[in-house]
Design a binder for this molecule. Structure first.
Ligand code: DGL
Length: 268
């Protein structure tokens, strides 16, 4: 791959959480063209029915893979990945990478109990239960599902500081009970420092971002040569108008994106 031609990668989430995954991928693969798409019209995914979620993600990803000649898709959302991957892979000929809670590495690191902090939907999914059954390595996994934590990450990216007292209250059920906590929602690495402070020094935080970036790199290296032109800045689309658009665009600009454009979902 040279600087004049590159691959087009689509990164998808319900909101800004997938930007934590984008940052890990971009650090490893700085020369790709990134298109970030978020379904804010149906946010929060952690409270959406699996049927609606499946239909929406499918439709939105298909729309954008065609529009932007995408070479690889990253579903940078645990809540969506636990149900949409088989159907997407069935329909697309390009690689589709998902993100699921890092239960396995966390359990290997732990000498005590593990916490899974995720959305209300992720902690109840069959996929998650099987992940815990197969990879918890005999450790107890305490589940904490919260949309409020997801909202806090959305607010932080719009310039609002995290309320440490509120955060401590939300994390209270797992406080002093675990030595490793899995950030099982892609929004949470955006407030990792604050979560770390609330849980205390004795708790190691684990997320899936770097593992996803390594997987994307391995898949990109297997792709055939491309003639797609390298483009800057990266593109970002929402399915509905965003709140505090100006503040959000400021943060996005720092990450190398042009301002958010609206591209509504079609036919769902
Ligand atoms: N970022 C998402 C995840 O990883 C979902 C947040 C939401 O919309 O509830 O699960």
């Amino acid at each position: 791959m040279n600087t004049s031609s590159t691959y087009n990668v689509l990164v998808f989430d319900s909101g800004v959480g997938g930007l934590s995954v984008f940052q890990e991928i971009q650090a490893m693969l700085p020369n790709l063209n990134y298109v970030y798409v978020f379904d804010n019209e149906a946010y929060p995914y952690g409270e959406l029915s699996p049927e609606i979620l499946l239909a929406r993600v499918n439709q939105i990803v298909l729309q954008h893979t065609q529009k932007h000649q995408i070479d690889l898709v990253v579903i940078a959302c645990n809540t969506a990945s636990t149900i949409v991957l088989p159907k997407l892979r069935e329909q697309l000929t390009i690689p589709v990478v998902g993100v699921v809670p890092a239960i396995k590495p966390a359990s290997l690191l732990s000498n005590d109990s593990v916490a899974l902090i995720a959305t209300p939907a992720t902690i109840t999914r069959k996929y998650t239960k099987e992940l815990v059954r197969d990879f918890a390595n005999g450790k107890t996994v305490e589940m904490l599902g919260s949309t409020k934590l997801v909202d806090m990450a959305e607010q932080k990216l719009r310039g609002k500081a995290v309320d440490s007292q509120e955060l401590s209250q939300l994390l209270e059920p797992i406080c002093n009970r675990v030595d490793v906590a899995v950030l099982g929602c892609t929004h949470f690495p955006l407030i990792k420092e604050e979560i770390g402070q609330a849980l205390g020094k004795g708790v190691t935080l684990v997320d899936s971002g770097e593992a996803i970036a390594r997987r994307v790199k391995a898949l990109i290296l297997q792709l055939e040569a491309t003639t797609k032109p390298a483009q800057r800045p990266h593109l970002i689309y929402s399915t509905a108008p965003t709140w505090q658009e100006g503040a959000l665009n400021n943060s996005l600009h720092k990450l190398g994106f042009s301002p958010v454009k609206i591209f509504p979902i079609q036919g769902v």
